[in-house]
Write a protein that binds this ligand. Structure first.
Ligand SMILES: NC(=O)c1ccc[n+]([C@@H]2O[C@H](COP(=O)([O-])OP(=O)(O)OC[C@H]3O[C@@H](n4cnc5c(N)ncnc54)[C@H](OP(=O)(O)O)[C@@H]3O)[C@@H](O)[C@H]2O)c1
Length: 329
């Protein structure tokens, strides 16, 4: 992977965006903060533990309700001297569908900054390629409130946010090849990142090639299949090929998934609020998979694990999962 200065104490590699307005590079591994059920105290404690363990990249969203406790934890970490300043951290947040309208983007970002107690974000993403009737943030978006997104005007407002210095970089999430290519036809500031589901069971080769050719950094979510969560599956963690590879290296399946993503040149956000597991997930930078491991992982049968059928409705803009993902399922 190109552009990888090392964090001296922890050796967590970082990526530099080609179209950012400065600020910190993004550590390849970030801590996810989406949880259901959600408990502010649990999250706050987990973030403090994560900072102690060496995490410097945090992934939040207005949808997750995690901005406020993350903000409190970051402030407490600075107060306690765990980090010198906010500039040591890389913070991503996301614009929810209800705010995905030209005039609501800036107020939504300002609200996220207020919750996070920050003056700027490192990265602001359009959470889904979907708008919704303005109002209460929630998931799933009620079917009769889903609206097609006016990509041009929403992205223009995202660009304004970056120009105002309220976010160092802007990007998208859950964008297919077709939707991403469309962005490039009108964007003045191209998206730095596309955050999508990627795992050994859904490797997204076509999207990866497109992102590479356009200089878009791909961030993988649900790399562990989101095991144990409300929309999650055990399919990744119980995969026999991954289990065998893990056994041969004396590592866990989670570590194999994360190392695989790293060796594929991806960045990733992984959620653990457990002190041991969040540390385990950082122990992936001092060993390697073999070419035979990669060959075996390449042969795993592919299918999308997170179809989010709730986002598709006979009344909303997408008539089927096929259409939501532009056939990429
Ligand atoms: N942009 C989007 O639309 C989108 C969608 C989904 C997720 N995300 C982001 O991506 C983050 C991660 O995705 P995710 O939460 O869906 O799934 P994930 O990271 O694949 O899986 C999380 C689950 O795995 C468990 N886990 C973590 N490390 C483990 C380990 N070493 N061994 C065993 N189990 C382990 C966690 O439990 P414990 O906490 O108990 O360890 C949790 O139940 C989210 O938190 C969110 O920030 C973004």
């Amino acid at each position: 992977m190109a552009n990888l200065p090392q964090v001296p104490t922890l050796n967590i590699p970082e990526v530099k965006f080609s179209s950012s307005s400065g600020g910190r590079n993004m550590p390849v591994i970030g801590m996810g903060t989406a949880a259901h059920p959600f408990d502010e105290t649990v999250l706050k404690d987990a973030v403090l533990e994560a900072i102690k363990a060496g995490y410097r990249h945090f992934d939040t969203a207005s949808l997750y309700k995690s901005e406020k406790p993350l903000g409190e934890a970051m402030a407490e970490a600075i107060e306690a001297g765990l980090i010198k300043s906010r500039d040591e951290l890389f913070v991503t947040s996301k614009l929810w569908c209800t705010d995905a309208h030209h005039d609501l983007v800036l107020p939504a970002l300002k609200n996220s900054l207020r919750m996070l107690q920050l003056e700027y974000l490192d990265l602001y993403l359009i959470h889904w390629p979907l708008s919704a009737k303005p109002g209460k943030i929630g998931f799933p978006v009620p079917k009769d409130e889903q609206l097609p997104m006016d990509f041009n005007s929403v992205w223009a407002a995202m660009e304004d946010c970056r120009r105002l210095g309220l976010t160092k970089s802007i990007g998208v999430s859950n964008f297919s090849c077709k939707k991403l290519e469309n962005m490039f036809s009108f964007a003045t500031i191209p998206p730095s990142v596309n955050q999508v589901e990627i795992s050994p069971l859904w490797q997204q080769q076509k999207l990866r090639e497109l992102c590479k050719s356009k200089g878009v950094v791909l961030t993988a979510y649900s790399l562990l299949g989101s095991k144990g969560t409300r929309l999650g599956t055990n399919e990744v963690m119980d995969n026999e090929t991954l289990k065998e590879i893990a056994k041969a290296h004396n590592k866990t399946v989670a570590q194999v998934c994360l190392r695989w993503a790293f060796e594929q040149g991806l960045t990733f956000v992984v959620k653990s609020f457990n002190k041991e597991r969040m540390r385990e997930n950082l122990q992936i930078f001092d060993w390697k998979l073999t070419s035979d491991d990669h060959k075996q992982i390449n042969e795993i049968k592919q299918h999308r694990l997170m179809p989010i059928p709730e986002m598709v409705s006979p009344f909303g803009p997408f008539k089927s999962l096929e259409e939501l993902w532009d056939g990429e399922i």
